[in-house]
Design a protein around this ligand. Structure first.
Ligand SMILES: *Cc1c(COP(=O)(O)O)cnc(C)c1O
Length: 316
């Protein structure tokens, strides 16, 4: 069953008062560098530092409604932080299963949001069953990162906001991991105003959705080391991919060097700390991958969670 616009509108009703209505930012220098009029949807200023709280809030609220006494997730990144924060807001415990070698600052962030951290293995194949088992043992609900209608609907609320904030947008550019963000935004935009083009962006090193579109079926890639750690998923979701296939106008790839340069440009010129997973959208515009000029382009700046102590090494 495909996600419907109506589900996104219901999600917006559900979460609107719990999230920030993030601003649209503009920059003359960036617009000049991209040869287009650039509008940045600033989800790096969202609560918990990424858009992931939209889907998490929508899904965890439903779980609470259905009587869950616990939620679990298997992510040390933005999704884990969003679930921990959301659960504490809704006064239920959250257990976040992270890899044995999880980054200290990420574990600290989950704990600071009130989440209980459990370490397990090194791969998501080990973590996901563990997080599901904990949920089952304790009448809890496992909160998936993208392949779930309530998560996708939550992320899609960004599309509704973009249509209101930039009423004459020509093009919306979205980073692609598992495709929850993209499938939600595609549904919101294509079922409201199909003339607006939507383009996805992946790192060359994590082009699973690109390959899946080319092959006409879900295609997996091996482990990847892209600097864009929010986009390292090995394949698109079973629920997200058909929507991407149906509606997407194009999916373009950017290099690691282009991601770094885009991130640096936004930090230096716009004074905004954005994470590499967001910078892919700027990179696509800056380095000509969108193949348009003088258009109104909205890029989704999906998050700003960067470990400051690692920033120098990251940019080297
Ligand atoms: C999760 C995430 C993405 C990708 O979202 P998907 O729904 O997995 O495609 C992009 N950017 C950031 C910052 C993220 O945390």
């Amino acid at each position: 069953m495909m996600l419907k616009l109506e589900q996104i509108k219901v999600a917006y009703e559900t979460i609107q008062r719990d999230i920030h209505h993030t601003p649209i930012m503009t920059s003359k220098k960036l617009s000049e560098a991209c040869e287009n009029q650039m509008f940045l949807k600033a989800e790096h200023l969202q609560k918990t530092g990424s858009f992931k709280i939209r889907g998490a809030m929508n899904k965890v609220k439903q779980a609470v409604k259905e009587g869950a006494t616990l939620v679990t997730a298997a992510s040390s990144g933005n999704h884990g932080q969003a679930v921990a924060f959301t659960a504490s807001q809704l006064h239920i415990p959250a257990t976040i299963v992270v890899p044995e070698d999880a980054n200290r600052s990420k574990v600290a962030a989950i704990k600071a949001y009130g989440g209980h951290v459990e370490k397990c293995g090194f791969t998501s194949e080990e973590r996901i069953p563990r997080a599901k088992a904990i949920a089952e043992e304790k009448a809890g609900v496992f909160i998936p990162p993208y392949d779930d209608p309530l998560i996708m609907a939550g992320q899609g609320t960004i599309g509704l906001e973009i249509l209101e904030q930039v009423t004459d947008a020509d093009l919306v550019v979205v980073p692609v991991g598992g495709g929850g963000l993209l499938s939600g935004i595609l549904t919101a935009i294509k079922e409201t105003k199909p003339s607006v083009k939507v383009i996805g962006v992946e790192p060359e090193l994590a082009k699973d959705t690109y390959l899946s579109l080319k092959n006409g079926e879900i295609t997996s890639i091996g482990q990847t080391k892209t600097i864009a750690d929010g986009l390292r998923t090995s394949q698109p979701g079973e629920l997200t991919f058909p929507i991407v296939q149906k509606y997407i106008d194009d999916l373009v790839l950017v290099s690691e060097e282009e991601i770094r340069q885009a991130m640096l440009f936004v930090m230096e010129r716009m004074k905004q700390l954005i994470e590499p997973s967001s910078a892919v959208t700027i990179a696509a515009a800056m380095f000509g991958h969108l193949q348009v000029t003088n258009k109104k382009i909205v890029t989704v700046i999906s998050g700003g969670n960067v470990d400051i102590s690692q920033l120098h090494d990251m940019m080297a």
